[in-house]
Design a protein around this ligand. Sequence first.
Ligand code: MTE
Ligand code: MOS
Length: 786
Amino acid sequence: MNAPIDVKNLLPTSGLQQGAHIVHESAHLHVTGEAAYTDDIPELAGTLYAAIIKSPVAHGELIGEGIDRAAILAMHGVVAVYTARDIPGENNCGPILHDDPFLADGKVEFVGQAVAVVVAREMLYAREAAARAVVQVKALPAILTIEEAMAANSFIMPPKGIHRGDATAAIAAAPHRVKGSVRTGQQEQFYLEGQITYAVPREDGQLTLYCSTQHPDGNQREAAAALNLTTNDVEVICRRMGGGFGGKEGNASIFSQSAALAAHKLRRPVKLRINRDDDMTITGKRHDFRIDYEVGFDDSGRILGADITLMSRCGYSTDYSGPVNDRACLHIDNCYHIPALKLISHRCKTHTQSATAFRGFGGPQGMFGIESVIEDIADTLGKDPLEVRKLNLYKDPAVSGNPDTMTTQYNQLIEDWVGDKVMAQVEAESRYGERRAQVNAYNASQSRRKRGLALVPLKFGISFTATHLNQGGALLVIYMDGSVSVNHGGTEMGQGLNTKMAQVCADGLGISVDKVRVTATDSQKVPNASATSASSGADINGAAIMNATAQMRDRLRPVAARMLGCDADKVTFADNAAHGGGKSVGWSDLTKQAWLDRVGLSVTGFYMTPEIKYDFTTLNGRAFYYYCYGAAVTEVEIDTLTGEWWLRGVDIVHDVGQSINPAIDRGQIEGAYVQGMGWLTMEECIWDKKGKLLTHGPSTYKIPVAGDVPEHFNVSLFDNQNLKPTPFRSKATGEPPLMLALSSFFALRDAVGAAGGHRGVVSLDAPATPERILMACERAKALRAN
Ligand code: MTE
Ligand code: MOS
C-alpha cells in the first residue's frame, strides 16, 4: 500500500507561492517564437516524412489491402508504404476498448480513415503521393446521423440510464408539462499546432517518439503493442503542445503509431506532421447531441419530474464515448435538484470520425439540456429564467426540509455547495436587475434590433470517472549547485500546468521559482501516467510533487541541523534558505553540503485521489472528489432581420478554490468562455450526404478570434477554498469555465424571445449561427401572431 496522504503536505510550506501572479513559464518563448514544439526539434540526418492515405468513402470493404503498392512506390520520392498487413503486433489506437485500428483492416468506416501510411524523401512528396493514391474500396451504405443510427439500432455500446423516483408519475401529476427536443453541434478542437510525431529509432530495436500528446503513456503502450515491443523499449517525450483541448488525448495515437511503424520498419527517423485539412478530416471532435425531454413542473416553475433522452453521435469506434456520455448523464442536473428523473443515454454508432474528448467531456452537452428545460419552463410561465433557476437550485436539507435536496441523481451528497452564493455575487456585480430593466426598455423601443440577457450557473465534477486514473507521479532532482529539476506525469498544452507545478515545487522547498525547471514530459521519467485531462493536471501531479518535496525536506533537515547547530525538527525552509536556532543557511550551501554528506538528491513522489468510489455500470456513487462552481451573465444584441449578433458584455464569477496562480486561472477562464461561445454560437461541422466533412479548414469552419472577445469582460475569482486537501486548496480550472458560455447562448435565446414579444416557448438549437437565429426569430414572431 502507498503511504497515507499527509494532508499537511498539501498545504503551502512557505506561503510565498500561494496566489502568486507568476507569468507562464514559456510566455517569453511563446511571444518571441522560440518555444520549441515537436516540429522545431532539429531533424537528424536521414529523416524521412510520412503522410496518410485516407478512405474516400464513409463505409466500405477494402479490395485486398485497399491500395496498389507498386503504383504508390513508383511515385516520385516515395520510399515505402505500409498498411494494416505490415503491423507486426496489435493494430489498435482505441484508448479504452481495443476496437479502433490505426490503419484500416478489411473495411473503412468514415471518410478520412487512415488506410495506409506512405513514406517519402520529402514531406511534400509524401503528401503528394497520399493525395494521388487510389484507395480500392467497394462502397457500402453508411449511417451518418443520430436519427439514422437510432432507426437502425446502431450503437457503439448499450444504453445507460439513471432512475430517481417515479418520473413518469410525477410528470403526469404535475400542473404543467413541457416537451421538447434540442441539439448541440460537434466542435473541432482546433489546437493551433496540428497533430505531429517525430519517431526516432534507437539501438537494439528501441524507439523514441517526440509527440504532441496529452497522453504520452498511452502512445508509449500502444506503439509498443503494435510493434511487439515491451513498454520499456519505447520512450515518449512531449515538451509542450500548441493546444490539445482533448483532441490529443486519444487521437494523437493514430499518428504516433503510424510514424512509429514506419521508423521501426525502415530504421530511419520518420516525421509525420499532417496539414489542417487532414487533421480535421481524420480526427474526432466533440460529440453532437440530440436531447429529447418531457418535464413536469408546478405553478412557480419548480421541476417535479423529468424524462430525458440523450442521443449522441459517437462515430465509428468507442474511443472515449463511454465516459463522455457518462459525464453528460452526471451533469444533466447542472446546479438543480431534479426530484424525479428518468434519464437514458444512447451512444450512436455512425460512419463518421470517432467523436472524442473535448474540454468538458460531455458535461457541457448535459448541462445544455437542463438549461434548455429551465428556459422552456420560464417561457411557459412568462417568468425571467433567473427566477426559475433560483427556485430549482440544490438546497441545504435543513432549509428545504427535504433530506434529498443536496443529493445528485447519482447519489452523491454535495458537500461543497456554493452555487447560490456564486450566482448572487455575479447578479450583484453585473447589476443584473438594472440591466434587465434596460434590456426590456430597449426592446420595447426597437422593432428590428433586440437585446437579450442571461445568468447561467455551473457546477462541474472533478475526478476521472474511471477511478484508477486518479493518480499522479513526480520525479524531483536537486543538483549540487541548488538548481532543481522537476518532472511530473502531466503535459503542458498552454494551460499553465508547468508554471503551477514549478510554484508548488518551489514552495515545498522554500525556494524561488527561478531555481526550478519543469522538464519535458517523458514516459521514462514518470511511468504509467494518466492523460492530462479531466482538468486533473494540477491536482494529481501537484500533490505528487508535494509528496516529493516533503520527502526531500526530510532528507535535508538533518544536514541543515548540523550546519545550523539546532535540532532537525526545528528546521524550516523559506526564502532560499534553511532556518533554525536563530540562524540561516543559504539553499545552495545546503545542497552542496548534502551532496558532500552523500544524501540522495533525487526522489519520486506519488499521489492517489482518496474517497472516490463509483460504479460506472450503474452511474451511481461518489463519482467526484469535489465540484467547481461558476456563473456568468452575458448580454447580446441581435438583428432580427439578418440574424447577426453582437456580444455586449460578459460578467463572470468563478470558483477556483484558493488559486495557485490567479493570472493563469483568469487566462483559463477567459479562454474557456470564448471557446465555449464558439461551440454554442459559431462553430459548425457540416457533412455532405455521403459523409464527407465539408468544413475542414479555417475558411469554412469559423472559430472565435481576438475580435470576438467582448470589451466588457469582467472576471472575478470567487473567494473560496477547496474543502478537500488539494495543492494549496486550489480547484481545477481547465474545463469548468467553458460552461460559463452557456450564458452567451441563452442570452441569444432571450433576444430571440423578445423578437416574439416573449410569447410562448422559443426553440433554438446550438450552434446559434446567424441562420438559426434568423429562423428562430421567424418562429418567435409567428408565435406572437397566433
Ligand atoms: N488551455 C490551453 N491553453 N490549451 C489547452 O489545450 N486544454 C483544456 C484545459 N485548458 C487546454 C487548456 C482541457 S480539455 C483540459 S482537460 C485541461 O486544460 C487540462 O489541463 P489541466 O488538467 O492542467 O487543467
Ligand atoms: Mo480535457 S477534454 O479532459 O482533455
